[in-house]
Design a protein around this ligand. Sequence first.
Ligand SMILES: [Zn+2]
Ligand SMILES: [Zn+2]
Length: 405
Amino acid sequence: MCGECDWVVWLPARRPGQRAHCPRCHHHLTGTARRDAQAPMACAIGALIMLALVFAFPFLGFSTHGVGHVMRFADTAEALLGDHYGVLALVLLATTVAFPGLYLAALVYLCLGAGHQRLPGAIPLARLLRPIEPWMMSDVFIVGVLVSLVKIVSLADIHIRASFIAFCIYSLLLLRTVTLIDWTALWDAIAPAPEPDMTAHAGASGRSQSLVACGACGTPFVAHPRHRCPRCGKRHHVFRVDRIQLTWALLVTAALLYIPANIYPVLSTVTLGNAQPQTIAAGVLHLAESGDWPIAAVIFVASIVVPVSKIVALAWLCIAARGRPAASLARTRAYRITEKIGRWSMIDVFVVAVLATLVQAGTLMSIEPGPGAIAFAGVVILTMIAALTFDTRLLWPERAPGNAS
Ligand SMILES: [Zn+2]
Ligand SMILES: [Zn+2]
């Protein structure tokens, strides 16, 4: 059953290299079937080793007018905590290290135990993995580091150290691991699928047949209130239009929070005792004036265009979901784009975190985070949760056109 448009599809067994798409909304119903089940595990182990190396070596070096220091990755959290920006430190560590690390370790455990029945804790662990995926942002962090370097390269000498290279490899391996996992096969190895319901027929929505698909393992089953998935035990999602109110609440909060995010400075540069606060818009203008057009464009898109268009697009989808379903495919595509690009708004938050840690040359020059950065991180997180609470199935008609009865 398609998790995005609720269409019931009959799937034949896949041969290696094949993957299934939904005929109605083109959503990937399965991953690519693989001959070699060990590939994601090998990738995950490689990524974990690289992650360990990240903490073993210095990350970046910084020097200006003979004053300099070497920054380790863990220093980012320490510096932010020291500046009383513990929330930012938490966001940074969770999204770049803690969530991906947990994800990779859990995956290795599941792959090692795959095939052995009753691996302790396998089902709850497997249920945890998919929801973590959007919150793994090591790739966004790398872009944040590069943007930070461009911002200060004219003011100081920057040296890239071993740990940064390790972080880049870790990030690439993490992305590769996520694309290699075949969830259908992994779930089959963890817990066998129950017998399919023979009364269900393909080519109609699940809703019209009282069928729901489990949000975690994808198993279709007959819906009852307070029913749990027969395979993994996850409580099923009923169609509830009032869940849109939750999306609305998150969107309105994000929109309100976007005001202080722009009014208050996201960082301030202290040179010889003079503090120069800088808001998001001022940062973009400053970059553009100094000729760094590409970086100015990146920050402009990530910090202004993406959050605003995401809030507007989700609000439009919430309104559309209440009315009669129309242009379902276009709307679902709009949703997918907003969901995919939202995490890239985090760039500016990471830039602030990196600059505040790296640029520490005592009274000569230092950079401190500003309250705007916390508000902005809040906007990004709230819009991401809002996108996750939105149920795309509401955009699709219950019955196929011409099939109405
Ligand atoms: Zn679909
Ligand atoms: Zn399930």
